[in-house]
Design a protein around this ligand. Structure first.
Ligand code: HEM
Ligand code: HEM
Length: 465
């Protein structure tokens, strides 16, 4: 593997440091939302704040910042870091990549401002308006071009499995984004809902999942110092996820206004998704064989293995909640919010934390400032997230049964809302711990850049190997 070239180092650092900033901002907005559940008048000081920080406006700002500012910018940085390593070829067009990083930040600022001003398409995860969508599609296409050109000019003949996942994701993302953000402009009603969820689920499955899985395959052998258990299994996983994921949009409209046959058809690919998920987990368990003891000392490995396990739990929960009867109870409840945070925070954000801790020494020439702080980051994130998850799941089940049985016995809707208050408080506490965990993370990164112990010449040459 190659030592990282100066120019691409600058690009990766821009993407990584920007994404950490967006992580903190996105989580702050999430926390404001959670507090508003407990205390609806929180931050309602004067007409200005009441309008611009109203729940309906900042909810899409939260999802945009965490999905496109945190996860996607960190993903792009990760691609620009890993692709040169796996191809033994320095990044093509580093200046263009740097410009894309700056323009991407401008997109997130513009999305927050326009969403809080009330400009929205109302389509979930595609709320920003069309000029911003076109702008982002150009940036994503530019990033994809740089990655493909680097892979095309590679000095390594074998395409390691992570590259398969990256290439697939980079082809799929611009098309999906166009369907969700542009095509939906020209259609209305149920076809619009179906196109919207075709985008919604596939951006989750063919971008956030597939790039994250590519990172797991990159990190696991490096951190555990074991070869990947099975290359063949990983490729079966790639082709089965590519085949089954695209049919999943309708499961988001289960028990909704779409034909019954389509809802039922949405269940089959949801259950089949167990196959690609299991290929990843079988590879994780196979690769970790004889190395489990390392988890207690190696925090990045702890993050990546925990992330993979959360990915497994998500994908056991997902097929269950796609079945008609469980969905009849769980739909529109807090359960789905718990499900959404598990892969996006518990699985793929954890994998990114592992990648950052692994990559930073080779990017900065300095060791991570404090192992103790890395551990605090892990434990605050996991304890906070488990509180968040269990309260949303429990509240969701209560909500679902109270609504269905409430109809029969006449329980008023507002009574259900009031009975959920303890859960809303617990979620805000869990979210606060998650947030403190990320402050510890950002502080540790900042101190590593400034005061981390310098790597020796030998450590420098092995830091990317
Ligand atoms: C086998 C895998 C999975 C299946 C079968 C599945 C299934 C589902 C179902 C049925 C819903 C509920 C839709 C509703 O009733 O409103 C849902 C929601 C959601 N899922 Fe999954 N899921 C899976 C994995 C994932 C993964 C890996 C991610 C993230 C990378 C994810 C992110 C989400 C999000 C963000 C939502 C909320 C969307 C909304 O607002 O409705 N899921 N999923
Ligand atoms: C990297 C971290 C995070 C990610 C990736 C993330 C992602 C998301 C997503 C995708 C949704 C939409 C879910 C759906 O519609 O089903 C959402 C909603 C929400 N998130 Fe987060 N989130 C993060 C951190 C947080 C934190 C720390 C809190 C604080 C408690 C929080 C609180 C909320 C709330 C209150 C909602 C709205 C729930 C509702 O409208 O019922 N999030 N988040």
């Amino acid at each position: 593997m190659t030592a990282i070239a100066h120019n691409e180092n600058r690009v990766v650092r821009l993407f990584f440091y920007s994404s950490i900033t967006w992580l903190l901002i996105g989580m702050t907005i999430g926390l404001i939302l959670a507090i508003k559940y407990v205390w609806p008048n929180f931050l309602v000081w004067g007409e200005f704040l009441q309008k611009y920080l109203s729940y309906g406006r900042i909810r899409p700002a939260h999802t945009h910042v965490v999905l496109f500012g945190w996860l996607s910018m960190a993903y792009a940085g990760g691609l620009f870091y890993i692709i040169p390593q796996l191809t033994r070829k320095s990044l093509e067009h580093p200046r263009l990549a740097h410009a894309i990083g700056i323009l991407w930040n401008i997109y997130i600022v513009a999305a927050i401002v326009t969403l809080s001003m009330g400009y929205t398409t109302t389509i979930e995860y595609a709320e920003s308006t069309w000029p911003l969508d076109v702008y982002l599609i150009v940036l994503v296409a530019g990033a994809a071009y740089i990655c493909f050109k680097t892979i095309a000019k590679r000095n390594e003949s074998q395409l390691y499995v992570s590259l398969w996942y990256f290439m697939g994701s980079l082809i799929w993302l611009p098309f999906l984004y166009i369907i969700g953000n542009i095509v939906t402009y020209f259609i209305t009603g149920i076809p619009q809902a179906l196109a919207g969820w075709f985008y919604g689920h596939n951006v989750i499955g063919l971008w956030f999942t597939t790039v994250g899985v590519g990172f797991i395959y990159y990190l696991l052998p490096l951190l555990s110092k074991n070869p990947l258990y099975s290359h063949k299994l990983s490729l079966i996983g790639f082709w089965t996820i590519a085949t089954f994921y695209v049919w999943n949009g309708p499961h988001h409209l289960q028990n909704g206004p779409i034909p019954a046959w389509l809802m039922k058809a949405g269940v089959i690919p949801s259950v089949l998704l167990i196959i690609p998920v299991w290929t990843v987990l079988a590879n994780v368990f196979g690769t970790m064989k004889g190395k489990w003891h390392m988890i207690s000392e190696n925090v990045p490995l702890k993050f990546v293995v925990t992330g993979a396990i959360f990915y497994l739990i998500t994908c056991l929960q997902g097929p269950f909640q796609s079945l008609m009867q469980p969905s009849a109870i769980l739909k529109f409840t807090n359960w789905i919010i718990g499900h959404a945070h598990m892969p996006l925070f518990g699985a793929f954000s954890f994998v990114l934390f592992a990648l950052f801790y692994h990559a930073l020494p080779s990017l900065t020439g300095r060791k991570i400032y404090s192992d103790t702080l890395m551990n605090w980051h892990f434990w605050l994130s996991i304890i906070g997230f488990l509180i968040f998850a269990f309260t949303t799941w429990t509240a969701g089940v209560m909500q679902g049964f109270a609504w269905t049985e409430g109809k029969q016995y006449g329980v008023p809707f507002l009574e259900v809302v009031v009975s959920l208050q303890p859960f809303a408080i617990a979620r805000a506490i869990g979210g606060t711990l998650m947030f403190i965990g990320q402050i510890v993370f950002a502080y540790n990164v900042r101190r590593s850049i400034k005061d981390g112990q310098l790597l020796s010449v030998e450590e420098k040459s092995t830091s990317t190997a």
